[in-house]
Design a protein. Structure first.
Length: 521
């Protein structure tokens, strides 16, 4: 819910009436008439009914942004006819008379909404208010402890920026930290965050409604009230991407400072491998760090630079990375690894593309399945042209969301493109160990249930599958007993991936990798 304008209750009762295009009467149009265009709902919850008379089909516009939280941790933005707290008995209809009922549960604080109804070429606006809408000045701790949907005004320091299109960033004060999920520009528009000129270190005052996503407290689609530019800024690093080699070395931060002096904070967990070796003074000071040689996985540290004007402290940050070893693991080993900056390489089959735009996918080998929360930057995965069934090799970190393991910061290394073909088409292909095919058919005979030697049939075409294995990388005993483990039987529809070979003049899938199966209806 977006609450961007707030007025006292007695003014609301006088002024919050419907407005409409091309008509001075707030309630009546030739096309659509309302018994009242101001809907008040008791703050303890309840319903209010009004009468609509329309000469044409009508519908509410979808102009309320809502965030849908998917089971895999991704989010989708949708637009609805009403905010989440308000329901309407009908959101569209035909010409004639309709009774519209507006309902809401009890409100901890006042809230309002402006609904837009289209009828013919005219637009009617209905204002809904429940209680007295107010903005609370609060600290981060008070926001965290407060109720969802309440609108807060908070002042704090921008400590990190996660997305520069929508304006997703972190606001921190002396009491805690909250996540800003979406920032409106000076005209109240989305997707124009860079126009604000907001940088890490700036002291910002924002207001917006609170929501909670998992365990993360957020203010959503905030309005920026004030930006106080930081007196200290990181202009550049001597290594552009801030990444040092495994062997260690020096890196220098070049700063601009309008405050009194500079102090540096290295996180305690990084002090064993990162140290400050030199610092200069003046309006353009430099700070040099040294990283020790790294015998483990990749690591990083965010260092903080501070200055003061005598009354208030200002900060800026820089992240220093160091390369490390990449450990090649199975899916099971990855899932058992601790959350860290260590880099892991996995290879497996893409079993599901959850969100192609961001590269959120599931990858499975013979030992298990991993959720990959993003391959590269936005759009990178789509450019690769990867799809379900393809074999992919990725490098990334072991992360976690709500206790569920996932790969984060994944980088693409290589892949095997898999061609989906019918059984008849498969039989026409040339033998090759390098080319993989995805085929589907109904099992009409299981010749060996230990290794999964079986026959697939599709119409009049019959194909021999020499081994149905749990997934990529299976060898020895790991190849055995998949049929029994999954309860696969004659009559099931089975999809496997593998190369084509010929044995004693009989074409076959040579070592099929299990993709999926379905029981008959």
């Amino acid at each position: 819910m977006k609450l961007r304008y707030f007025i006292p209750a007695f003014v609301a009762a006088l002024t919050m009436f419907a407005s409409c295009s091309d008509d001075n009467d707030p309630t009546y149009l030739d096309e659509v008439r309302l018994s009242t265009s101001y809907v008040a709902i008791d703050e303890n919850g309840g319903s209010t009914t009004i009468t609509l008379k329309a000469t044409n089909a009508w519908a509410f516009e979808k102009n309320f942004q809502q965030i849908i939280k998917n089971e895999d941790g991704t989010r989708d933005t949708i637009y609805t006819e009403t905010p989440e707290w308000l329901s309407v008995s009908q959101t569209s209809g035909v010409a004639g008379e309709t009774q519209l009922t507006f309902s809401a549960d009890k409100a901890a604080d006042g809230r309002s909404a402006e609904l837009r109804m289209d009828c013919g070429d005219k637009t009617q606006i209905i204002n809904v208010i429940q209680g007295l809408a107010t903005v609370s000045n609060a600290t981060c701790a008070e926001v965290i402890a407060g109720p969802d949907s309440k609108t807060y005004r908070v002042t704090g320091t921008c400590t990190a920026i996660a997305n520069t299109t929508y304006g997703n960033w972190y606001l921190t004060d002396e009491t805690g930290q909250i996540y800003i999920y979406g920032t409106l520009d000076a005209k109240g528009q989305t997707k124009n965050f860079l126009s604000l000129g907001l940088e890490v270190g700036d002291v910002v005052t924002v207001e917006g409604p609170k929501t909670t996503y998992g365990t993360t407290v957020e203010l959503m689609d905030v309005t920026v009230v004030k930006i106080q530019k930081s007196l200290i800024k990181v202009d550049s690093l001597s290594i552009a991407d801030g990444t040092l080699p495994k062997e260690g070395g020096n890196i220098t931060a070049n700063l601009s400072c309008k405050g009194n002096g500079v102090s540096v904070v290295i996180p305690e967990e990084a002090q064993s491998w990162l140290s400050m070796t030199a610092i200069t003074s003046g309006s353009n000071p430099t700070v040099t760090f040294r990283a020790a040689a790294n015998d483990g996985g990749a690591r990083s540290a965010t260092v903080t630079f501070k200055t003061t004007d005598g009354e208030k402290e200002y900060t800026s940050e820089a992240t220093i990375n160091q390369l490390g070893d990449i450990t090649e693991v199975t899916a099971a080993e990855f899932l058992e690894a601790p959350v860290s900056d260590a880099q892991y390489r996995i290879t497996g089959m893409i079993t599901k593309v959850a969100k192609a735009e961001y590269g959120n996918i599931y990858v499975r080998d013979y030992s298990g399945e991993i959720y990959v929360y993003g391959v590269g930057a936005k759009g990178d995965f789509e450019k690769l042209g990867l799809k379900e069934g393809d074999i992919v090799t990725l490098v990334g970190k072991r992360g976690e969301y709500k206790g569920a393991a996932q790969m984060t910061g994944a980088a693409y290394e290589s892949s095997i493109s898999v061609q989906e073909v019918s059984l008849a088409e498969f039989l026409t292909k040339e033998d090759s160990k390098e080319v993989y095919y995805k085929v589907t058919g109904t099992i009409d005979e299981i010749a060996n249930d230990t290794y999964g030697n079986l026959y697939l049939k599709d119409g009049d075409t019959r194909l021999y599958v020499y081994g149905c294995y749990p997934g990529w990388g299976a060898t020895g005993d790991a190849r055995k007993n998949l049929i029994a483990t999954l309860g696969i039987e004659v009559g099931d529809k089975l999809t496997v991936v593998g190369p084509k070979s010929t044995y004693k003049d009989v074409p076959q899938v040579n070592g099929g990798l299990y993709f999926s199966h379905e029981k008959p209806q």
